[in-house]
Design a protein around this ligand. Structure first.
Ligand SMILES: [Fe+2]
Ligand SMILES: [Fe+2]
Length: 449
C-alpha cells in the first residue's frame, strides 16, 4: 500500500472510531438493560464468540456470518444496547485476543460493528410488528434489521478496501459484498427461530440451536473443499497437457490467475470469478484434439495449419460444456480468441457481443504469451507487454480491460507470474516422473534373469 493510501486509511479509521464513539454514547441509553437481562446477555456473548470461530467462507473470499443470527436474536429479545455491548466485548475478545488482529483492524471493526448493530436495533424496535412474535409479519422488521446491520457494516468495510486497494467503491461493493443482502433471507428467519426457542425454553435453547448451525457450517465447509478439489483436478489436467511443451508450460494456470485478479478489479461477482477461473484453466483444452506438430510448431503456421489450430476454442468449449459444473465456462472458452474489431475467431463477434470473461481471457492469454520465453525470442518485460496492449487497444484487445490492467500496473497490483512458478513445476515433475517410469517398463518388459 502506498504511503498516501495508508494515511487515507488511518484518517478514515479515525473518523469511524470518532463517529462510532459518539453514536455509542447516545445510543446506549435508548434501550436500557434490565437487571435480569445481564445473565442472558453474558450467555449470548459467549455463544457469539464461539460462533465467530465457525465463519462460513466461500472460495472467492466472500463470507456468510452465522453470527448475524445471534446479533438479530439479541436485538429482538434484549434490545439494541445489549446487542452493542455483546458485539463490543465479542470483538475485543475474538479479534483482540483469539485472532490477534492488528490494533488498526480492531480500531475499525469495533466501532463499525457496534454502530451497525446499534442502528439495526434501534430501527427494529421502531418498526411495526417487532413485538408480535406470533405473526409471520414479524419477519419484516427482522429482515430490515438484517439489511441495516449487514449493509452498514459491509459498506464501512468496502470503503476501507476501496481506499487501501485503490479500487472504485461500487465495484468493490458489487464484487465482495453486494450478494450479502440475499443471505438476509436465510439469516432473518433463523434468528426468529432462535428467539422462539429462547422465549419458550430459556437459555438452554442456545445449546440446542448450536447444533443445526454447526451442521450448516460443516456441510458448507465440505462443499467448499469439494469445489477446491475440482479446481485442483482441472489445473492438474491442463498442466499435464502442457508438460510436453516447455515453452507454454503453466500457461493456463497463469492465465487463470491473471484473469481472476482482473475480473475482481472489474467488479465481477464471486460466481462469475469462479467461472472465469475454470475457463482460464481450460481455455486451450481444445488443443488436445490437434496434433503436436501444429500446436508446438516453432515457425510460422501455414494457412491450413492456422485453420486447424483456430478450431481449438470451439472444440474446447464442447469438451467443457460436457461437464455439468463447468457449463458457464464453456462460452468463455469458445470466445477467448474473439477480438473487439470482429477479426477474431471462431464467431467473429465484435465489442460488447463478446462476454467480459472472454475479453479478459484474451488479454491474459496475450500477456502470458509475451512474457514467456519462446524458442525464437526471449520473454518481454511487463512494460514492453503493456506497450503492445496499448497499441492494439480497441482492435485486438478490449479497451476497458487494457485500461484496468494499466491502472493495476500503475498501482503496483499486477505482477508477472514467473514461468517457474512452484505449483505448475510440481505437476510437471510428477508427469515427467510417471512418463519416465512408463518408458522404463516398456524398455524392460521382462525381469532380468
Ligand atoms: Fe487459445
Ligand atoms: Fe492460451
Amino acid at each position: 500500500m502506498s504511503r498516501h493510501r495508508r494515511y487515507l486509511v488511518y484518517l478514515y479509521v479515525g473518523m469511524v472510531l470518532a463517529v462510532g464513539s459518539v453514536f455509542t454514547y447516545f445510543a446506549l441509553g435508548r434501550q436500557p438493560i434490565a437487571p435480569d437481562q445481564w445473565v442472558p446477555l453474558f450467555c449470548f456473548t459467549v455463544f457469539l464468540i464461539i460462533a465467530d470461530r465457525f465463519e462460513v467462507r466461500t472460495s472467492q473470499g466472500g463470507q456468510w456470518l452465522p453470527t448475524a443470527i445471534i446479533d438479530l436474536a439479541v436485538i429482538m429479545t434484549l434490545g439494541a444496547s445489549a446487542a452493542m455491548i455483546m458485539e463490543g466485548v465479542s470483538i475485543l475478545v475474538g479479534d483482540g485476543f483469539v485472532k490477534r488482529r492488528s490494533p488498526l483492524k480492531l480500531a475499525f471493526n469495533m466501532p463499525a460493528t457496534v454502530m451497525s448493530v446499534g442502528a439495526a436495533g434501534l430501527i427494529f424496535h421502531a418498526l411495526p410488528f417487532s413485538g408480535d412474535l406470533t405473526s409471520p409479519l414479524f419477519l419484516l422488521p427482522a429482515l430490515v434489521a438484517y439489511m441495516v446491520f449487514s449493509g452498514l457494516n459491509m459498506m464501512l468495510a468496502a470503503i476501507v478496501v476501496a481506499i487501501s486497494e485503490g479500487r472504485r467503491l461500487n465495484l468493490v461493493w458489487r464484487a465482495d459484498y453486494g450478494w450479502h443482502f440475499l443471505s438476509g433471507f436465510l439469516t432473518a428467519p433463523l434468528s426468529a427461530f432462535l428467539v422462539f426457542s429462547y422465549e419458550y425454553a430459556g437459555l438452554w435453547s442456545l445449546l440446542l440451536f448450536g447444533l443445526p448451525l454447526y451442521i450448516i457450517w460443516q456441510s458448507h465447509k465440505l462443499f467448499e473443499e469439494m469445489k477446491e478439489a475440482h479446481i485442483n483436478t482441472v489445473a492438474a489436467l491442463t498442466t499435464a497437457l502442457e508438460a510436453d511443451e516447455p515453452y507454454t508450460h503453466g500457461h493456463s494456470y497463469r492465465v487463470a490467475k491473471y484473469a481472476v485478479q482482473i475480473g475482481q478489479r472489474m467488479g465481477m461477482s464471486p460466481a462469475e470469478l469462479e467461472e472465469l477461473e475454470y475457463a482460464g484453466l481450460l481455455h486451450d483444452i481444445g488443443k488436445i484434439a490437434i496434433t503436436n506438430d501444429i500446436v508446438c510448431k516453432p515457425a510460422r503456421l501455414t494457412k491450413d495449419e492456422f485453420d486447424i489450430l483456430a478450431s481449438h476454442p470451439s472444440i474446447g468449449s464442447e469438451i467443457v460444456s460436457q461437464m455439468k459444473f463447468l457449463k458457464g465456462a464453456a462460452d468463455l472458452v469458445r470466445h477467448h480468441h474473439e477480438r473487439p474489431d470482429g477479426k477474431g475467431y471462431p464467431d467473429g463477434l465484435k465489442g460488447d457481443e463478446i462476454q467480459l470473461g472472454s475479453r479478459i481471457l484474451n488479454c491474459c492469454d496475450a500477456i502470458d504469451a509475451m512474457t514467456s520465453n519462446r524458442p525464437y525470442r526471449a520473454a518481454r518485460t511487463l512494460e514492453q507487454c503493456m506497450e503492445e496492449l496499448r497499441r492494439f487497444k480497441g482492435t485486438q484487445f478490449d479497451a476497458e480491460v487494457v485500461e484496468t490492467i494499466e491502472a493495476m500496473v500503475e498501482a503496483g497490483d499486477f505482477e508477472i507470474i514467473a514461468q517457474t512458478d512452484g505449483a505448475a513445476l510440481e505437476i510437471q515433475r510428477i508427469v515427467r516422473e510417471a512418463a519416465r517410469k512408463h518408458e522404463e517398463e516398456i524398455a524392460y518388459p521382462f525381469p532380468a534373469a
